[in-house]
Ligand binder design. Sequence first.
Ligand SMILES: *[C@@H]1O[C@H](CO)[C@@H](O)[C@H](O)[C@H]1NC(C)=O
Ligand SMILES: *[C@@H]1O[C@H](CO)[C@@H](O)[C@H](O)[C@H]1NC(C)=O
Ligand SMILES: *[C@@H]1O[C@H](CO)[C@@H](O)[C@H](O)[C@H]1NC(C)=O
Length: 153
Amino acid sequence: MAVRTLVVACALFLGMCIVTNGVPTDTPHAFCKIVWLFGVPCEQVSMAIVTQMKAMGSYKLGPVTAALIQANHTSAVGQIESVNFTIISTAMSTGCHVEGSSVSAFWFSLFDNGTNYCNLHNVIQGSGLTKAPGFVEFTNEWLCLGVGLSACK
Ligand SMILES: *[C@@H]1O[C@H](CO)[C@@H](O)[C@H](O)[C@H]1NC(C)=O
Ligand SMILES: *[C@@H]1O[C@H](CO)[C@@H](O)[C@H](O)[C@H]1NC(C)=O
Ligand SMILES: *[C@@H]1O[C@H](CO)[C@@H](O)[C@H](O)[C@H]1NC(C)=O
């Protein structure tokens, strides 16, 4: 029963399995991974994410391709996190699957009050993509340290 539920969850969240395999369990750095689904084309999603990060002064954009948006984020306490948005087209041309990943650079930020969650969530929230048709955000404490404690500003 439990196994069946897991398989169904994997299928539902298209790629959750990829995400969970990517959890850096061998590093003590705080991290967060989130999966989003949007019922709009990936070009539109990608453009909204890049535009939003440019508008938020705390992000420094790195290389941007159709498949991967890389950036560094500097938080209020001066610590730096590496942030990635991986863009994956779904079988339906009108759908887009995005995997967000944020990792703190320093070990001392292991309990970071959800900083890594907010780094990712705030971009999607600010871009207005949370209002896109079919919007789903999926994560949990296992994928995203501190998500339960987060109070994103
Ligand atoms: C983030 O900062 C690190 C360390 O300064 C640097 O090596 C890396 O290239 C930066 N990444 C991006 C996406 O700007
Ligand atoms: C972002 O992607 C680059 C290139 O694949 C990788 O080296 C880096 O570790 C990733 N950063 C995060 C936070 O996942
Ligand atoms: C986390 O929150 C607590 C209580 O609000 C605060 O004292 C602490 O400095 C915060 N830590 C970070 C890394 O922001």
